[in-house]
Design a protein around this ligand. Structure first.
Ligand SMILES: [Zn+2]
Length: 218
């Protein structure tokens, strides 16, 4: 079974997450909005009304994500179906171009902000050169999705059925792909639970971490 994961939005907790993932030798892709990254860190909003969510700064991002893959989450995290054609194209092109400048390697993956997409948006994402675009839908057969521009994952990292999804992918020798946001780790218990997941995956001899650009290489 191949395992992959991706994390959205470029938050300060990604620093701790990346350190944890490195210790477990796990691959990961981070879906970023370069238009929301400033010269300095800043407070964005409060998750569940109580946990401050800070955005990483643009200058620190290359070091934070060293060794991981970067994908686009659009330039400014808009609701893409609400944009006119020209603005939509600019969001997609600028998101990808800026990330390629920042990180110095091709960016071919995409994740829809809020999971929002429709046929027009899917065509625009493909036209800019992305090879897959992640939605917020779940599937038990990741590779069987009929359109890579509406790519479902196995589940969210806090899905109560996480291990049931895992077991089904494992039984089929398929792909298990989970996603999330590092700000969802509210406290030490959440971090410990996620570390235990990585431990269990790492101990599974049938599980092999793969990179998303490798999974969807054309
Ligand atoms: Zn997002």
């Amino acid at each position: 079974m191949r395992i992959c994961q991706c994390w959205d939005d470029g938050n300060l907790d990604d620093i701790r997450l990346c350190e944890l993932l490195r210790r477990h030798r796990a691959t990961a892709s981070f879906n970023l909005n370069p238009g929301l990254m400033r010269a300095e860190r800043y407070h964005g909003w409060d998750y569940r009304g109580s946990k401050p969510v800070w955005k990483l700064s643009a200058p620190e991002a290359p070091a934070v994500y060293q060794g991981f893959d970067i994908a686009s989450h659009a330039f400014n995290h808009p609701h893409l179906p609400q944009l006119d054609d020209a603005t939509l194209a600019r969001e997609l092109r600028d998101g990808r171009d800026r990330l390629e400048q920042m990180f110095g390697h091709p960016v071919t993956g995409f994740a829809y902000p809020f999971g929002d997409h429709d046929e027009r948006v899917m065509a625009a994402v493909r036209a800019v050169g992305h090879v897959y675009a992640r939605t917020c839908a779940n599937t038990d057969d990741v590779m069987a999705c009929p359109d890579r521009m509406a790519q479902a994952t196995s589940c969210h990292h806090q899905d109560p059925e996480f291990w049931a999804h895992y077991a089904r992918a494992r039984a089929a020798d398929g792909v298990f792909w989970f996603w999330g946001h590092s700000y969802e780790f509210m406290g030490e218990d959440d971090w410990a639970q996620f570390a235990a997941k990585l431990e269990r995956i790492g101990a599974d001899r049938s599980a092999r971490w793969v990179r998303l650009p490798e999974l969807f290489a054309v």
